[in-house]
Design a protein around this ligand. Structure first.
Ligand SMILES: Cc1cc2nc3c(=O)[nH]c(=O)nc-3n(C[C@H](O)[C@H](O)[C@H](O)COP(=O)(O)OP(=O)(O)OC[C@H]3O[C@@H](n4cnc5c(N)ncnc54)[C@H](O)[C@@H]3O)c2cc1C
Length: 369
């Protein structure tokens, strides 16, 4: 990239969302540049998550989260099958502690039905025990369309596709400033400047700061850490797939759940802890007790000594800790500079939604190019 060059599209941030946008838009245009601050793509939230292909149950009907999750999961299953990306339609149980939680589970089912999620049904103890013999819950919402994906392989595949379409994927390239003059955007990195006809901000946790480089100051990201524990291989068979409690009433997470990943590791978590720093990935050992207390209600044979700290990820939340309302993805043109498109607050289900967001954002960019 040289300072004389004018790119058609510059994408800031190479997580799963930016890489999916690059893979799609490079089918239509030359001179697509993706600029990623880290030495490799996908090192942010995109590979520090549960790797779950969500069905679309939780999100407010009509929201972007609901739309992109439901469309995105369908596309993602097809994409993974076509490109041999490890994935599995495991199904998932959202379990209630007692029959009293039937109405909460029914409310979730209705929301999922409204969002177009297929196959949701309330199931009883005998059904639960056939699938998960160690889960004691009397009642659950069964979501057969939920699954898991190898997020790292997904990012690598999207990167390969983007490159084979001719996109330039530049790592170790942090965007530090931007300027708009006569309608042309100039992006500044540590090394150089480049002009761009369209710019896409998919900077994950830093998308609010990148937006401010363009004078767009409406959103603040509050990093909310999700820490995981894992079980030793000898104990991972106590759960076969995905087992979740009812989501947290605070809206800050889906509740501490069990996820059996594609490598067969059984994860417990994540919690939801607001932190001050966007790089604060510390995994607090003391949280193991909280994990245990939540998870043992679903699986009484779990032992505290089974749990050991694992990795953590940071959610790009758009609401502060005391605010329990629903926050949607923010995907749209910059109000002042329409050639700039922002993707802000892409927390869960962002992994599931990546192909759908990629298609929508590419369409928005094509309309201005
Ligand atoms: C604990 C946890 C569990 C989750 N579980 C799930 C799940 O099971 N299923 C699901 O669908 N979703 C899940 N998610 C959400 C999902 O991981 C995210 O929505 C998704 O990864 C967001 O992708 P992204 O590309 O927007 O962000 P990121 O992966 O964070 O990518 C943004 C990139 O931008 C780069 N960047 C930032 N600033 C700059 C700059 N100035 N210049 C250049 N590059 C820059 C960063 O280095 C980073 O690589 C989870 C998230 C967390 C934290």
């Amino acid at each position: 990239m040289s300072s004389h060059e004018i790119a058609n599209v510059v994408i800031i941030g190479g997580g799963v969302v930016g890489t999916a946008i690059a893979a799609e838009i490079s089918r239509h245009y030359d001179d697509v540049f993706l600029l990623e601050a880290m030495p490799r793509l996908g090192l942010g939230s995109s590979t520090r998550n549960s790797g779950v292909i969500h069905a679309g149950i939780y999100y407010k009907p009509g929201s972007l989260k609901a739309f992109h999750c439901v469309r995105g999961q369908e596309w993602l299953y097809e994409f993974c099958a076509r490109h041999n990306i490890p994935h599995k339609r495991t199904g998932k149980l959202i379990v209630g502690d007692s029959e009293d939680q039937l109405s909460a589970l029914q409310t979730l089912k209705e929301r999922g039905d409204q969002n177009g999620v297929v196959g949701l049904e309330i199931v009883d103890r005998s059904y639960i025990q056939r699938i998960e013999p160690n889960v004691v819950s009397p009642i659950a919402l069964n979501s057969p369309n939920t699954g898991i994906v190898d997020a790292e392989e997904l990012v690598k595949t999207l990167e390969r596709i983007a490159k084979s379409n001719g996109a330039h994927m530049l790592t170790d390239t942090r965007v530090i400033g931007a300027e708009v003059k006569n309608g042309l955007v100039t992006i500044r990195t540590q090394r150089e400047e480049v002009g761009a006809r369209a710019v896409i901000n998919s900077a994950g946790l830093y998308a609010d700061e990148v937006a401010r480089m363009f004078g767009y100051d409406r959103h603040t990201i509050f990093p909310c850490r999700g820490e995981y524990a894992e079980l030793p291989p000898g104990r991972s068979q106590i759960i076969n797939g995905l087992v979740y409690p009812l989501p947290l009433p605070t809206g800050h997470g889906l509740g501490v759940h069990f996820t059996k990943n594609l490598a067969g590791t059984l994860l417990v978590g994540p919690n939801a802890r607001y932190v001050k720093m966007k790089e604060d990935y510390e995994n607090d050992r003391a949280e193991l007790i909280t994990f245990y207390e939540s998870a043992v209600k679903m699986v009484p044979s779990l032992r505290l000594e089974d749990l050991r700290p694992s990795y953590s990820g940071l959610r790009a939340r758009l609401l502060p800790e005391h605010d329990h309302s629903f926050a949607d993805f923010v995907i749209g043109h910059d109000p002042q500079w329409p050639s700039v498109i922002h993707c802000i607050g892409i927390e869960s289900p962002g992994l599931t939604s990546c192909l759908s967001i990629g298609a929508s954002v590419s369409q928005m960019a094509r309309e201005i190019l």
